[in-house]
Design a protein around this ligand. Structure first.
Ligand SMILES: [Zn+2]
Length: 351
């Protein structure tokens, strides 16, 4: 028998994968004190059975919960391969790095972002897996679902921030616990509720896609006026370090257009108050035909990243709502996200 000390970011499934056993076997071995549908807090010691035959089908990767440790693992892999460059563009409230990955060397600069909302980590998983496929296909000079990956990356310099909100994502997967640095605040914001599937804000209860100086006041006036699991705009625009990191990053570069990935809805928002340029309409049409997702001009909301980008630069910005169902989307929803999202993200490089 092994003893394992639970780490930050762990879930029952993630621990089971580490040891190559089934999550259910892990729960049973701990005499019912572990629950697949509940959280395991850091520092807790659990028992892991000796396992002669490790489960192979999961390839050592937890398929369900994707979090900061997974982004870190991709970062290590990509840096060792030398295919993708990485910058730290800022730090979360809890001091976790926010990474921007760069691939390609083209003149056109395109920016994809995901993991804005805590219960939407599927978008982070999608962006990392997609970028990994793209980089490998490019290195092998192979075709990726009909696209010439190497040729694409000669045309484009692609920037990807897969996880804007690592603290919030950790909360949704691991829950709150007495030693959590924001334990009392989280408890207050969540009104004592112990589950966090509905949480989309950052760890301080600010919605990172309500933080942007584009109709910020109007959105704030129509939203909760104090920290909340979602939709609180903050005391002012750009108070949160995660939003500020993306703001500074965007201002330092000159992106030709941006796509922010959220879930869910199978929709693509492409306008903001008529500030979008005429070509946005043709571009969204192409994204739509390559994903089956529905183009929608505006969501009648303000204060979002793409709203700010469009208003501030006059260049095209899109919000893609991947998948369908209730966040956090179950693993079964991922096949659809992959099948429709891959061609969308590839076509997105040559708009
Ligand atoms: Zn979202």
């Amino acid at each position: 028998m092994n003893r394992y000390t639970v780490q930050r970011g762990d879930t029952v499934r993630r621990i089971a994968v580490k040891y190559g056993i089934s999550p259910l076997a892990l729960c049973n071995f701990n005499n019912g004190t572990l629950d697949l549908e509940y959280y395991v807090e850091p520092g807790r010691i659990i028992c892991v059975p000796e396992q002669k035959n490790r489960l192979r089908h999961r390839k050592g990767v937890c398929l369900e919960e994707f979090n900061f440790a997974d982004v870190q693992a991709y970062r290590d892999k990509w840096l060792s391969q030398g295919l993708i460059h990485c910058d730290t563009i800022g730090y979360s409230v809890m001091n976790q790095p926010i990474y921007a990955f760069t691939a390609g060397s083209g003149k056109k600069e395109v920016f994809y972002s995901g993991g804005w909302h805590a219960n939407e980590w599927m978008t982070s998983k999608f962006l990392c897996e997609w970028l990994d496929h793209l980089a490998e296909a490019s290195a092998d000079e192979a075709s990726l679902f009909g696209y010439d990956a190497a040729a694409l990356l000669k045309e484009v310099t692609l920037y990807v921030v897969p996880m804007v909100n690592p603290d919030g994502i950790e909360l949704v997967q691991q829950g709150n616990y007495p030693n959590h640095p924001f334990c009392e605040k989280i408890r207050y914001i969540n009104r004592g509720g112990e589950m966090f599937d509905h949480w989309s804000a950052n760890i301080r209860g600010v919605d990172l896609n309500h933080q942007w100086p584009a109709g910020w006041q109007k959105e704030a006036d129509e939203s909760p006026d104090r920290p909340w699991p979602r939709h609180y705009s903050g005391k002012a625009a750009l108070t949160e370090p995660e939003a500020l990191a993306v703001f500074n990053f965007t201002n330092r570069r000159r992106f030709d257009y941006v796509i922010a990935f959220h879930s869910q809805g199978q929709m693509i928002f492409w306008g903001y108050k008529g500030f979008e340029p005429p070509e946005s309409k043709e571009m969204v049409h192409r994204l739509s035909r390559n994903s089956s997702y529905v183009p929608i001009h505006t969501a009648d909301s303000d204060g979002g990243y793409k709203d700010w980008f469009i208003q501030n630069t006059g260049r095209p910005g899109f919000t893609v709502e991947l998948g369908t169902g209730t966040n956090p989307l179950p693993l079964r929803g991922y096949s659809e996200i992959w099948a429709n999202g891959v061609p969308l993200a590839l076509e997105g490089l040559r708009l």
